[in-house]
Write a protein that binds this ligand. Sequence first.
Ligand SMILES: NC(=O)c1ccc[n+]([C@@H]2O[C@H](COP(=O)([O-])OP(=O)(O)OC[C@H]3O[C@@H](n4cnc5c(N)ncnc54)[C@H](OP(=O)(O)O)[C@@H]3O)[C@@H](O)[C@H]2O)c1
Length: 412
Amino acid sequence: MPAPATPAPAATAPVDGLREVAVLGATGSIGTSALDVIARHPGRLHANVLAAGSNVVALLALCRTHKPRHAVIAEASALPALRDGLRQAGLDTEAHTGDEALQALVASDACDTVVAAIVGAAGLPSTLAAAHAGKRLLLANKESLVLAGELLMRTAREAGAVIVPIDSEHNAIFQCLQNACLPDAAARDGLRRIILTASGGPFRGRTRAQLADVTPAQAVAHPKWDMGPKISVDSATLMNKGLEVIEAHHLFGVPGNRIDVVVHPQSLVHSLVEFVDGSTMAQLGLPDMRTALAVGLGWPQRIESGVAGLDLLQHGRLEFEPPDMDAFPCLRLAFDALAAGGTAPAVLSAANEIAVSAFLKGKVAFLSIPSLVEDTLTALPAIPAGSLAILLDADAQARRHTARRIEQGLAA
Ligand SMILES: NC(=O)c1ccc[n+]([C@@H]2O[C@H](COP(=O)([O-])OP(=O)(O)OC[C@H]3O[C@@H](n4cnc5c(N)ncnc54)[C@H](OP(=O)(O)O)[C@@H]3O)[C@@H](O)[C@H]2O)c1
């Protein structure tokens, strides 16, 4: 749950009137945090499109609070329940289902700002549609960058879409780079390296042997962040940090050998940027995603987020240590996939989605997640990713291969 609100300072006038926001993944952890920030700024922000996967009850509750013009449920069988619920609530919100409806809405004048917070590769079509339509794109759905980063960044650049990264690490880097992703090489001249911080997850300090019996409940109990189940498991395996390395490469145009990862258990320094003159800039704050979301929702202005400031004296110590790539091989696999290029990141991410889903259902062990991802990367060597069709095919093949391995009981 978001932290209690602090009193709002006097708001500055918005630069461009009321912003109509589409919140995709509205019922999830990022979606509800985004809606919390939006509700704090009724004259500046309105949630006009809300989209979810299948949770009609939660979506209806959000519609009652935020009164969007459009509500979209991905699960087609849930459309009648959504429609009935909206009617019973006396709302004039229009109900929709399906990817095509979502993409059309995202591209329409129903919104100027899109919070892309659907989990997994399912978020790619709507994220791409927002980029193509030149929207202000608050990008939390890291899997779409890992799957099709070059295409997504090129599409955004050509359409004039502003991307504000919502992962706390990339949002920190964005802030350190004076509110910019760096699409052109000249802008990166002074940048030496990016340092991503990682909390280390719930199993920091454990050896590989000590990870053999961990349960899904233990894996999703993140010590610092309150997140959805998939990203929580990714944090526990360090795959999340691996996906973020690939994400940083696409957002900021920096090769993998100039991206470092340090474990910082307090999760107060959200990432750092080192420049050629020896300066290192960091962004600090409490671990609450509403800060990153407020940066995006207010961009280029600063708006109140409900997150308290950082009391350094209360926290006292900031610690940093290297990641343990033997106990947590997913991070190494992600660096390797980035170096291999082509379809490798898409295969990595798709195999991971299937493996994590199987782990959450109790079908495979925690240590099977890196084994399955590695096995899939070996079975499907990287080929050049010349088109979206090639990437989507690699994604589909990887999902099938990993699922087959799980069925065959070859996961451990
Ligand atoms: N949570 C964080 O702090 C955090 C931080 C950085 C980045 N991210 C990234 O943000 C994304 C969302 O993470 P989360 O933690 O918010 O996940 P989450 O809590 O599991 O929420 C996922 C959201 O996606 C919706 N959804 C799932 N499949 C869908 C589909 N096919 N079409 C439309 N909506 C669909 C879900 O709807 P239902 O509720 O109906 O299933 C839900 O609203 C992920 O890519 C994650 O890596 C999250």
